[in-house]
Design a protein around this ligand. Structure first.
Ligand SMILES: Nc1ncnc2c1ncn2[C@@H]1O[C@H](COP(=O)(O)OP(=O)(O)OP(=O)(O)O)[C@@H](O)[C@H]1O
Length: 283
Protein backbone atom coordinates (compact mmCIF):
# COMPACT_ATOMS: atom_id res chain seq x y z
CA UNK A 1 0.00 0.00 0.00
CA UNK A 2 2.80 2.38 1.04
CA UNK A 3 6.52 2.21 0.35
CA UNK A 4 8.54 4.73 2.31
CA UNK A 5 12.19 5.04 1.30
CA UNK A 6 14.84 7.17 2.99
CA UNK A 7 12.45 9.88 4.10
CA UNK A 8 13.77 12.89 5.98
CA UNK A 9 11.79 15.82 7.25
CA UNK A 10 12.72 19.10 8.89
CA UNK A 11 10.06 21.52 10.12
CA UNK A 12 10.40 25.10 8.84
CA UNK A 13 12.62 27.08 11.22
CA UNK A 14 13.84 23.87 12.92
CA UNK A 15 17.60 23.31 13.15
CA UNK A 16 17.61 19.54 12.73
CA UNK A 17 15.61 16.78 11.09
CA UNK A 18 12.56 15.47 12.93
CA UNK A 19 12.49 12.42 10.65
CA UNK A 20 15.85 10.83 9.82
CA UNK A 21 16.01 8.51 6.82
CA UNK A 22 13.14 6.16 7.60
CA UNK A 23 12.35 3.11 5.44
CA UNK A 24 9.29 0.92 5.75
CA UNK A 25 6.41 -0.64 3.87
CA UNK A 26 2.76 -0.94 4.79
CA UNK A 27 1.26 -4.01 3.16
CA UNK A 28 -2.25 -3.99 1.80
CA UNK A 29 -4.67 -5.48 4.33
CA UNK A 30 -2.43 -5.17 7.39
CA UNK A 31 -2.70 -3.17 10.58
CA UNK A 32 0.64 -1.43 10.96
CA UNK A 33 1.45 0.05 14.36
CA UNK A 34 3.81 2.99 14.71
CA UNK A 35 5.20 3.23 18.21
CA UNK A 36 7.70 5.38 20.01
CA UNK A 37 8.20 7.79 22.88
CA UNK A 38 6.55 11.19 22.96
CA UNK A 39 8.19 13.52 20.44
CA UNK A 40 9.81 10.68 18.47
CA UNK A 41 8.10 11.63 15.20
CA UNK A 42 4.98 9.45 14.99
CA UNK A 43 2.49 12.23 14.23
CA UNK A 44 4.98 13.88 11.88
CA UNK A 45 5.31 10.62 9.91
CA UNK A 46 1.53 10.23 9.85
CA UNK A 47 1.16 13.81 8.59
CA UNK A 48 3.73 13.16 5.85
CA UNK A 49 1.83 10.04 4.73
CA UNK A 50 -1.47 11.94 4.49
CA UNK A 51 0.16 14.76 2.51
CA UNK A 52 -0.17 17.39 5.23
CA UNK A 53 3.61 17.90 5.18
CA UNK A 54 4.53 17.68 1.49
CA UNK A 55 8.06 19.07 1.76
CA UNK A 56 9.83 15.87 2.76
CA UNK A 57 12.98 14.44 1.19
CA UNK A 58 12.98 10.84 -0.03
CA UNK A 59 10.50 8.66 -1.84
CA UNK A 60 6.99 7.67 -0.81
CA UNK A 61 4.86 5.49 -3.06
CA UNK A 62 1.16 4.92 -2.49
CA UNK A 63 -0.19 2.02 -4.54
CA UNK A 64 2.86 2.14 -6.78
CA UNK A 65 2.65 5.84 -7.57
CA UNK A 66 4.61 8.67 -5.99
CA UNK A 67 2.56 10.27 -3.21
CA UNK A 68 3.48 13.71 -4.49
CA UNK A 69 1.78 12.91 -7.81
CA UNK A 70 -1.60 12.37 -6.17
CA UNK A 71 -4.12 15.18 -6.15
CA UNK A 72 -7.17 15.40 -3.94
CA UNK A 73 -8.31 12.01 -5.24
CA UNK A 74 -5.94 10.59 -2.58
CA UNK A 75 -8.33 11.83 0.11
CA UNK A 76 -11.19 9.85 -1.43
CA UNK A 77 -9.16 6.74 -0.62
CA UNK A 78 -8.20 7.39 2.99
CA UNK A 79 -9.86 8.01 6.35
CA UNK A 80 -8.15 9.94 9.13
CA UNK A 81 -8.99 9.96 12.81
CA UNK A 82 -6.54 12.03 14.78
CA UNK A 83 -6.36 12.46 18.52
CA UNK A 84 -7.89 15.90 18.54
CA UNK A 85 -11.52 15.45 17.45
CA UNK A 86 -12.43 17.81 14.65
CA UNK A 87 -16.08 18.70 14.23
CA UNK A 88 -18.25 21.79 14.06
CA UNK A 89 -19.35 22.34 17.63
CA UNK A 90 -22.56 24.23 16.76
CA UNK A 91 -23.78 21.51 14.38
CA UNK A 92 -25.29 18.26 15.60
CA UNK A 93 -23.38 15.02 15.11
CA UNK A 94 -25.63 14.10 12.20
CA UNK A 95 -25.23 17.54 10.57
CA UNK A 96 -21.47 17.19 10.93
CA UNK A 97 -21.51 13.81 9.21
CA UNK A 98 -23.83 15.10 6.45
CA UNK A 99 -21.42 18.00 5.90
CA UNK A 100 -18.41 15.71 5.56
CA UNK A 101 -20.35 13.32 3.32
CA UNK A 102 -20.66 16.08 0.73
CA UNK A 103 -16.86 16.12 0.32
CA UNK A 104 -16.73 12.55 -0.99
CA UNK A 105 -17.86 10.60 -4.03
CA UNK A 106 -18.56 7.30 -2.26
CA UNK A 107 -20.19 7.46 1.13
CA UNK A 108 -21.72 5.04 3.56
CA UNK A 109 -24.93 4.88 5.57
CA UNK A 110 -23.88 6.14 9.01
CA UNK A 111 -26.91 4.81 10.90
CA UNK A 112 -25.53 1.30 11.62
CA UNK A 113 -22.16 2.77 12.63
CA UNK A 114 -23.68 5.38 14.94
CA UNK A 115 -25.74 2.63 16.53
CA UNK A 116 -22.68 0.42 16.88
CA UNK A 117 -20.70 3.07 18.77
CA UNK A 118 -23.71 4.08 20.87
CA UNK A 119 -24.22 7.56 19.36
CA UNK A 120 -27.48 7.04 17.48
CA UNK A 121 -29.66 8.38 20.29
CA UNK A 122 -27.37 11.40 20.61
CA UNK A 123 -27.18 12.06 16.86
CA UNK A 124 -29.20 15.29 17.10
CA UNK A 125 -27.16 16.69 19.95
CA UNK A 126 -24.65 19.45 19.15
CA UNK A 127 -21.12 18.06 18.73
CA UNK A 128 -19.88 20.79 21.07
CA UNK A 129 -22.01 19.26 23.83
CA UNK A 130 -20.51 15.80 23.33
CA UNK A 131 -18.19 14.34 25.97
CA UNK A 132 -14.56 13.67 25.02
CA UNK A 133 -15.26 9.96 24.44
CA UNK A 134 -18.32 10.77 22.31
CA UNK A 135 -16.25 13.19 20.18
CA UNK A 136 -13.63 10.50 19.64
CA UNK A 137 -16.30 8.01 18.54
CA UNK A 138 -17.86 10.60 16.21
CA UNK A 139 -14.44 11.32 14.77
CA UNK A 140 -13.93 7.63 14.07
CA UNK A 141 -17.26 7.40 12.20
CA UNK A 142 -16.27 10.49 10.25
CA UNK A 143 -13.04 8.73 9.22
CA UNK A 144 -15.11 5.86 7.80
CA UNK A 145 -17.66 8.02 6.00
CA UNK A 146 -16.01 7.74 2.55
CA UNK A 147 -15.65 3.96 2.78
CA UNK A 148 -11.84 4.34 2.78
CA UNK A 149 -9.30 1.74 1.71
CA UNK A 150 -6.81 2.96 4.26
CA UNK A 151 -7.35 4.31 7.76
CA UNK A 152 -4.95 6.48 9.76
CA UNK A 153 -5.68 6.33 13.47
CA UNK A 154 -3.86 8.35 16.10
CA UNK A 155 -4.35 6.87 19.59
CA UNK A 156 -7.75 5.41 18.61
CA UNK A 157 -8.82 4.21 22.07
CA UNK A 158 -7.31 7.00 24.15
CA UNK A 159 -10.09 8.61 26.23
CA UNK A 160 -12.57 5.75 25.75
CA UNK A 161 -13.99 3.56 28.49
CA UNK A 162 -13.12 -0.16 28.24
CA UNK A 163 -16.44 -1.10 26.60
CA UNK A 164 -16.19 1.58 23.92
CA UNK A 165 -12.49 0.82 23.46
CA UNK A 166 -13.42 -2.83 22.79
CA UNK A 167 -16.09 -1.79 20.25
CA UNK A 168 -13.60 0.49 18.52
CA UNK A 169 -10.98 -2.28 18.34
CA UNK A 170 -13.54 -4.74 16.97
CA UNK A 171 -14.48 -2.21 14.28
CA UNK A 172 -10.83 -1.71 13.34
CA UNK A 173 -10.39 -5.49 13.05
CA UNK A 174 -13.57 -5.76 10.93
CA UNK A 175 -12.26 -2.97 8.69
CA UNK A 176 -9.16 -5.08 8.15
CA UNK A 177 -11.19 -8.27 7.55
CA UNK A 178 -13.03 -6.42 4.79
CA UNK A 179 -9.68 -5.73 3.09
CA UNK A 180 -8.83 -2.36 4.64
CA UNK A 181 -5.31 -1.27 5.62
CA UNK A 182 -4.60 0.60 8.86
CA UNK A 183 -1.74 2.76 10.09
CA UNK A 184 -2.09 3.45 13.78
CA UNK A 185 -0.16 5.01 16.60
CA UNK A 186 -0.79 4.12 20.22
CA UNK A 187 0.85 4.17 23.60
CA UNK A 188 -1.43 1.39 24.82
CA UNK A 189 0.63 -1.73 24.23
CA UNK A 190 -2.23 -4.18 24.89
CA UNK A 191 -4.20 -2.52 22.04
CA UNK A 192 -1.18 -2.76 19.78
CA UNK A 193 -0.79 -6.42 20.66
CA UNK A 194 -4.46 -7.16 19.94
CA UNK A 195 -4.62 -5.19 16.70
CA UNK A 196 -1.33 -4.95 14.87
CA UNK A 197 0.10 -7.41 12.35
CA UNK A 198 3.40 -5.55 12.39
CA UNK A 199 4.82 -2.73 14.44
CA UNK A 200 7.61 -0.22 13.89
CA UNK A 201 9.46 1.56 16.69
CA UNK A 202 10.64 5.10 16.04
CA UNK A 203 13.10 6.89 18.33
CA UNK A 204 14.44 10.40 17.59
CA UNK A 205 13.11 10.20 14.05
CA UNK A 206 14.88 6.90 13.27
CA UNK A 207 13.34 3.45 12.95
CA UNK A 208 14.77 0.97 15.43
CA UNK A 209 12.68 -2.17 14.79
CA UNK A 210 9.97 -3.42 12.44
CA UNK A 211 8.39 -6.84 12.91
CA UNK A 212 5.28 -8.68 14.06
CA UNK A 213 4.52 -8.52 17.79
CA UNK A 214 5.02 -12.31 17.89
CA UNK A 215 8.50 -12.20 16.32
CA UNK A 216 9.53 -9.32 18.55
CA UNK A 217 8.42 -11.26 21.62
CA UNK A 218 10.47 -14.24 20.51
CA UNK A 219 13.47 -12.03 19.72
CA UNK A 220 13.43 -10.06 22.96
CA UNK A 221 12.07 -12.80 25.19
CA UNK A 222 13.91 -15.71 26.77
CA UNK A 223 13.53 -19.29 25.54
CA UNK A 224 12.61 -20.51 28.97
CA UNK A 225 9.81 -22.19 30.84
CA UNK A 226 9.01 -20.77 34.25
CA UNK A 227 7.28 -23.10 36.65
CA UNK A 228 5.65 -21.77 39.79
CA UNK A 229 5.00 -24.42 42.46
CA UNK A 230 4.02 -24.78 46.07
CA UNK A 231 6.38 -26.32 48.63
CA UNK A 232 5.80 -26.36 52.38
CA UNK A 233 3.35 -23.46 52.10
CA UNK A 234 5.75 -21.30 50.03
CA UNK A 235 5.35 -20.34 46.35
CA UNK A 236 8.62 -21.03 44.56
CA UNK A 237 9.64 -20.60 40.90
CA UNK A 238 12.12 -22.46 38.78
CA UNK A 239 13.31 -21.55 35.30
CA UNK A 240 14.11 -24.26 32.74
CA UNK A 241 15.68 -23.82 29.29
CA UNK A 242 12.99 -24.41 26.62
CA UNK A 243 14.97 -27.42 25.36
CA UNK A 244 14.37 -29.20 28.69
CA UNK A 245 10.71 -29.67 27.76
CA UNK A 246 11.62 -32.96 26.08
CA UNK A 247 13.80 -34.24 28.94
CA UNK A 248 12.56 -36.79 31.49
CA UNK A 249 13.88 -34.63 34.37
CA UNK A 250 11.45 -31.87 33.47
CA UNK A 251 8.47 -34.25 33.43
CA UNK A 252 9.58 -35.78 36.73
CA UNK A 253 9.84 -32.32 38.26
CA UNK A 254 6.29 -31.45 37.19
CA UNK A 255 4.95 -34.74 38.53
CA UNK A 256 6.75 -34.38 41.84
CA UNK A 257 5.71 -30.77 42.56
CA UNK A 258 2.43 -29.09 43.32
CA UNK A 259 2.48 -26.89 40.20
CA UNK A 260 0.56 -23.58 40.31
CA UNK A 261 1.43 -21.96 36.93
CA UNK A 262 3.64 -22.64 33.89
CA UNK A 263 4.70 -19.86 31.52
CA UNK A 264 7.04 -19.63 28.59
CA UNK A 265 9.47 -16.74 28.92
CA UNK A 266 8.32 -14.54 26.04
CA UNK A 267 8.22 -10.92 26.92
CA UNK A 268 5.48 -8.30 26.61
CA UNK A 269 5.32 -5.49 24.06
CA UNK A 270 5.67 -3.08 26.96
CA UNK A 271 9.02 -4.62 27.93
CA UNK A 272 10.07 -4.55 24.27
CA UNK A 273 9.09 -0.87 24.04
CA UNK A 274 11.33 -0.12 27.02
CA UNK A 275 14.23 -2.16 25.59
CA UNK A 276 14.00 -0.73 22.08
CA UNK A 277 13.30 2.91 22.96
CA UNK A 278 15.01 3.18 26.31
CA UNK A 279 11.86 4.89 27.63
CA UNK A 280 9.69 3.45 30.37
CA UNK A 281 5.98 3.76 29.52
CA UNK A 282 5.19 3.79 33.22
CA UNK A 283 7.00 7.13 33.52
N1 LIG B 1 4.76 22.22 13.68
C1 LIG B 1 5.94 21.93 14.23
N2 LIG B 1 6.99 22.75 14.12
C2 LIG B 1 8.20 22.44 14.66
N3 LIG B 1 8.46 21.30 15.32
C3 LIG B 1 7.46 20.44 15.47
C4 LIG B 1 6.13 20.69 14.93
N4 LIG B 1 5.35 19.64 15.23
C5 LIG B 1 6.11 18.75 15.93
N5 LIG B 1 7.37 19.23 16.05
C6 LIG B 1 8.49 18.56 16.74
O1 LIG B 1 8.79 17.36 16.05
C7 LIG B 1 9.13 16.33 16.97
C8 LIG B 1 8.23 15.12 16.74
O2 LIG B 1 6.89 15.47 17.03
P1 LIG B 1 5.68 14.48 16.78
O3 LIG B 1 4.42 15.24 17.05
O4 LIG B 1 5.83 13.85 15.45
O5 LIG B 1 5.93 13.39 17.92
P2 LIG B 1 5.08 12.13 18.36
O6 LIG B 1 5.99 10.97 18.28
O7 LIG B 1 3.81 12.08 17.58
O8 LIG B 1 4.77 12.46 19.89
P3 LIG B 1 3.47 12.19 20.83
O9 LIG B 1 3.52 10.74 21.20
O10 LIG B 1 3.73 13.07 22.01
O11 LIG B 1 2.25 12.58 20.05
C9 LIG B 1 9.01 16.95 18.37
O12 LIG B 1 10.29 17.34 18.80
C10 LIG B 1 8.12 18.15 18.16
O13 LIG B 1 8.43 19.17 19.06
Amino acid sequence: MFKVHNVNYMYPRATKNTINGIDFEIKEGEIFGFLGPSGAGKSTTQKILIKLLPKYNGDIQYKGKSLSNYNDEFYQDIGVSFEMPISFSKLTAMENLEFFKKLYKNTIDVEPLLKRVGLWDARNKKAGEYSKGMKIRLNFIRALINNPKMLFLDEPTNGLDPVNARIMKDMVLEFKQQGGTVFLTSHIMSDVDQLCDRVAFIVDGKLKEIDSPRNLKLKYGKRTINVEYKEEGNILTREFPMEDIKKPDFCQFLQAKEVETIHSGETTLEEIFIKVTGVDLRG
